[in-house]
Design a protein around this ligand. Sequence first.
Ligand code: PGA
Length: 219
Amino acid sequence: MIVAGNWKMFDGPDPRALAGLDAIVCPPFTRLRDCVDAGLTTYAQNVHWEPEGAFTGEISAPMLLELGVTGSLVGHSERRQLFGETDDGVARRTAAALEAGLHVIACVGETLEQREADETEDVLRRQVSVLEPHERLVVAYEPVWAIGTGRTATPELAQAAHAFIKSLLDVPVLYGGSVKPDNAAGLFEQPDVGGALVGGASLDVDSFRAICQAAASRS
Ligand code: PGA
């Protein structure tokens, strides 16, 4: 079971309060060093495909590795929806990060409109098809309608999507979208749920710890 906390553009908790927790943290760039120094498994929230160059606002895999960062999220729905991230960009970022030696959590998921139009499988197929299996690659299934809304997918709905993703690409699949201490255990019971990518609840040390506990008791 893998639990990762996505702090998004929030300062987040004191990393020292998370010491010893079996989890990944994905803080904003300014907190990466603090998290590494606190001994946490630390991932960035995005990574560029080039090692260096004229790419204002981006960061490269070698730069992250030099900081002691060991992985990155790629293709989060906020990147796709708000910053025009494409499947091609996600593929390039993922391949370069893996090649450089980072771990990658590649995020996929359908919008509410796509789910209601019965397009979920088509969307997931398109998003997953640009990824190649790799021992350091994990996918996070995050239905966009469940992110930050308090509206979690039911364990059965999550399981169906995870099984579909695994039929396309055999890597661990984390669930993300309003994971909280009170719904985590039900999700973790599903056979194809390999853990969670936690947003809001990862900003609260007690909530994040409780979710990690639920994962540990399932492992
Ligand atoms: P949430 O965010 O847990 O706040 O819904 C999840 C994510 O965006 O990764």
